[in-house]
Design a protein around this ligand. Structure first.
Ligand code: ATP
Ligand code: MG
Length: 453
């Protein structure tokens, strides 16, 4: 990493150097004076900070360790948003953390962390980590620069510098009520600027998921990306090919289910990242199919209204153009619609899962949504009730409404299904009756023709 490390400071908060059998002590002594931002300046109100996180920091500090609240929560507080969770970074080793907290559990293989549980709230406590330039038995770098393993303890300053963006590297001492800034993150938050720590190309190469994180923070927090951080993004987008599909799935959930799915999609397309994640789905991703655009906008609307959202529905929308085209070909070749959709759907999912792992639960949901579509066309008596009792009926109905955007001939059908869900018993009887008599009328004609032959 091209991060400049300077001389140690603030011994009162640095605590003893961590040691462990399988995790290495700091590569370099902490150096460099962080900028200290006082309460008068940052104006973080302690009542907005998790009382449990404060308790954890207090106990660690009393035990002689350095400890701060770090990462996204401090950034969010400065931006006036309520953080989802609070993480703590400390000079104490995981074992020392466990000794101090009865309610702590050690987790993680790649880098061990302590989870300190308070009822439903979990405070994640991580030992300061270093980046370190050299390869060692604790740090493995592949040819392209990607860091495969980096379980190396570090100093406070190294811990700040190994983080991705400056705005994510602020450390808050809730006892002194000061922010400690090693990377110029405070100024960047105030200017609403997203900037990678260190040399952007190196940092993206170390971990290409940072390309996606850049888009996520830019959109979610409405930050302007600094030109040097934005510069290499398009050229480095192909590096995502090496990221394990399961990790991409986790990232995709955060990208699309946090209430900014549509602007996130547009930003991913602009940075050429969309095509890395979902190759070959749309002819021109900058003008996605109307159904996809609306599915993304509806997701954001639901998040804004506090309604549940599921990646299953979004995957159903993303893959639909492909599924629709392939199933149409199978139907033309004589296959029954539901089977054609199941087969085309399975193929599309298997293909997509090579890039982004789709959890079984969600691919199953997407398949159900697709396969229920032909059943909307059958509006006779018992079948109507049976369809309405399907557990994916609501999702499939929402999907039908989206299909109208691309297949206007479905409008009457969609309206009928909208009405049947809200009318009273008598009107419902009439609606079903209408379908029955329509069917009788439709049936009689071919018979007449037959008899005329
Ligand atoms: P969110 O509010 O979306 O959770 P966050 O900043 O808390 O945002 P997390 O993924 O929870 O993001 O990560 C916590 C912290 O860990 C980050 O703030 C950042 O300092 C560090 N971090 C996470 N992922 C990376 C990464 N890929 N490279 C470097 N640092 C990272
Ligand atoms: Mg977080």
């Amino acid at each position: 990493m091209s991060i400049i490390l300077t001389k140690p400071s603030h011994p009162e908060t640095l605590g003893p150097a961590p040691t462990s059998h399988d995790q290495k002590a700091p590569v370099t002594e902490a150096s460099g004076q962080p900028r200290i931002i006082s309460r008068q300046e940052h104006r973080i109100q302690p009542r907005h900070v998790s009382a449990n996180a404060i308790k954890v920091v207090e106990r660690l500090q009393q035990g002689g360790h350095a400890a701060f609240i770090v990462g996204g929560s401090i950034r969010d507080l400065l931006l006036g948003q309520q953080p989802k969770d609070f993480d703590v970074a400390t000079s104490a080793t995981p074992e020392q953390v466990r000794e101090l907290f009865r309610n702590a559990r050690l987790i993680g293989r790649r880098f061990r962390l302590a989870h300190v549980r308070f009822g439903r709230e979990i405070i994640e406590v991580a030992t300061f980590r270093g980046g370190g330039e050299e390869e060692s038995e604790h740090r493995e770098i592949e040819e392209g620069g990607r860091v495969l393993r980096d379980n190396v303890f570090g100093s406070e300053q190294e811990d700040a510098c190994r983080r991705d963006f400056t705005v994510n590297a602020l450390m808050y001492d809730p006892i002194k009520e000061t922010i400690r800034d090693h990377v110029g993150g405070y100024e960047d938050v105030m200017a609403r600027r997203l900037r990678l720590i260190g040399d952007p190309v190196t940092r993206y190469r170390e971990d290409p998921v940072r390309l996606l994180r850049a888009v996520r923070f830019m959109v979610k927090l409405d930050l302007a990306i600094e030109p040097q951080t934005a510069g290499p993004m398009v050229a480095l987008a192909p590096l995502l090919v090496d990221i394990p599909p399961a990790r991409l799935f986790d990232e995709i959930l955060k990208l699309f289910l946090s209430g900014h799915a549509w602007p996130t999609f547009q930003a991913l397309v602009r940075q050429d990242l969309w095509a890395q994640l979902f190759p070959g789905l749309f002819e021109d991703p900058s003008a996605p199919p109307p159904l996809v655009e609306q599915a993304l906008k509806n997701t954001d609307q639901r998040v804004a209204e506090g309604l549940p959202v599921t990646p299953g529905f979004l995957f159903a929308a993303f893959l639909w153009p492909k599924v629709r085209e392939r199933s149409a070909r199978l139907i033309d070749a004589g296959q029954a619609p539901v089977e054609a959709l199941a087969e085309a759907g399975e193929d599309a999912i298997v293909e997509q899962a090579r890039r982004v792992a789709i959890h079984r639960r969600y691919s199953g949901m997407a398949k159900e949504i697709w396969c229920l579509q032909p059943r909307f066309e059958n509006r006779r008596g018992k079948r109507v009730n049976r369809l309405m009792n399907e557990r994916r009926f609501r999702a499939a109905y929402d999907f039908l409404l989206l299909r109208v955007l691309e297949e206007p001939e479905l409008e009457e059908l969609a309206r009928w299904w909208t009405d049947i869900q809200v009318v009273d018993g008598e009107q419902r009887g009439q609606m079903l009756e209408g379908q029955e008599s329509g069917r009788r009328r439709r049936r009689r004609r071919p018979r007449k023709r037959k008899s005329g032959v």
